[in-house]
Ligand binder design. Structure first.
Ligand SMILES: Cc1cc2nc3c(=O)[nH]c(=O)nc-3n(C[C@H](O)[C@H](O)[C@H](O)COP(=O)(O)OP(=O)(O)OC[C@H]3O[C@@H](n4cnc5c(N)ncnc54)[C@H](O)[C@@H]3O)c2cc1C
Length: 368
């Protein structure tokens, strides 16, 4: 029986292990932490937004969008739901198309994987931080205190975002040993920083807003959704989406009433100020400025940076897709595969990154 080593017990690694064990392979997961799926358990604000019914390569950033499209079309969102439900549970889309477990508990999705992996007899080694992968006819994988041989190796060790879940970017070096490159890395789906003076008194206020990102007077992106004022800047859905495009020095322009024309806001404000127009705390802050009503429809903030990798949900960049074939096998070393965030693929907010983790795991399992 062929022996497969999966490095990393996150969403992609666990999905690979389940799919490969169902095909009859002997699978070992090497996980540096003491639990499987720690990051998966934290997804979707703890509710587990596993995929999205609006799916396609246009929701992803990568060096090869066509390959992303081919992999997603071989494994659409319905396949993710089918795969998860084959282990148990019911998965349902919300009104925005985001798919969650009916229980709205991300940790329960991880529990499905843990149970399946246990039942399938997948070998799991915890505390196994892989430090070297070599090949001399078989793969020889080493970690502090252990080593194993395998016929094929899947590198599913994640990216560099949110290192408290075990991903500090050190696993890229394992691929570099085989001649792979790593594209420039940056944090994505991350809070934006701005001058604290510009948002004084707004901390904790959450509001629906239209958000336009502007660079050098030109619109870079426009989105709409939740915006949360934090101590150092902005968070929320709309902000995460814009963070995929942001550069230091850009302007974020917030429209606190995107579906109401400026004229109607002005007339209402002349009758009764900003009460029942915007959040009271926000209204008080705007009222102290010149043209408060104008600011309701266009509140500009200069982006001074992001909170960085530690606070990001995903990594922009990674092993180029161009260095792999359509089953995500390395073009440098046959038998070495990649799945999940370690690759140069990241999606926008809304279940796209887990969809990539599952779709890429499927491509790898089919390839093996
Ligand atoms: C707070 C938060 C919320 C999120 N919410 C969503 C969401 O709602 N929807 C969505 O689609 N995406 C979401 N994401 C992104 C998504 O979770 C990730 O893109 C996805 O988990 C990546 O899966 P992965 O298996 O590639 O990597 P990971 O899940 O990061 O797993 C990698 C694993 O490899 C292990 N590892 C690393 N190096 C080594 C090594 N050298 N040896 C052995 N093991 C190693 C790590 O410990 C880790 O367990 C969120 C991310 C965060 C941080």
């Amino acid at each position: 029986m062929k022996k497969i080593c999966v490095i990393g017990g996150g969403a992609a690694g666990m999905a690979c292990a389940v799919l490969l064990s169902r095909k009859g392979y002997s699978v070992t997961i090497l996980e540096r932490g003491d639990r499987l799926g720690r990051k998966l358990s934290a997804t979707g604000n703890g509710q587990g937004n596993v995929t999205n019914i609006h799916m396609g390569p246009e929701y992803y950033f990568s060096d090869d969008p066509e390959k992303v499209g081919r992999i997603l079309s071989r494994y659409p969102w319905e396949s993710t739901v089918g795969f998860l439900e084959s282990m148990g549970g019911i998965f349902l889309p919300d009104t925005r198309g985001r798919v969650y477990p009916a229980s709205r508990q991300a940790s329960a999705v991880t529990d499905l994987f843990r149970r399946e992996i246990g039942n399938a007899g997948v070998d799991v080694v915890f505390g196994a931080q892989v430090s070297s992968v070599a090949y001399d006819g078989v793969f020889r994988i080493s970690w502090g205190g252990g080593q194993m041989c395998a016929d094929a190796t899947v590198l599913a060790a994640g990216g560099k975002a949110a290192k408290h879940f075990g991903t500090d970017g050190s696993a890229y070096a394992l691929a570099e040993k085989f001649g792979h490159t790593v594209t420039p890395l940056s944090p994505a789906l991350v809070q934006l920083k701005c001058d604290p003076k510009e948002i004084r008194g707004l901390r904790g206020i959450r509001t629906e807003a239209g958000l336009t990102l502007v660079r050098g007077g030109k619109e870079v992106c426009r989105t709409r959704g939740d915006v949360l004022f934090t101590e150092s800047g902005l968070s929320g859905d709309a902000v995460f989406r814009a963070s995929s495009y942001v550069q230091r020095g850009d302007t974020v322009c917030l429209d606190f009433l995107p579906s109401v024309p400026a004229e109607r806001v002005r007339e209402a404000a002349e009758r009764g100020g900003l009460l029942c127009i915007v959040n009271n705390g926000l209204g008080r802050m705007l009222a102290a400025k010149r043209d408060a009503v104008g600011l309701v429809k266009g509140f500009p903030l200069t982006v001074t940076g992001t909170l960085g990798f530690d606070y990001a949900q995903v990594t922009r960049g990674g092993i180029p897709l161009g260095e792999t074939d359509d089953s995500l096998m390395s073009r440098k070393r046959g038998g070495l595969f990649f799945a999940g965030e370690i690759l140069n693929v990241d999606g926008v907010c809304g279940g796209y990154n887990l969809q990539w983790a599952f779709a890429s795991a499927h491509a790898v399992a089919e390839g093996i």
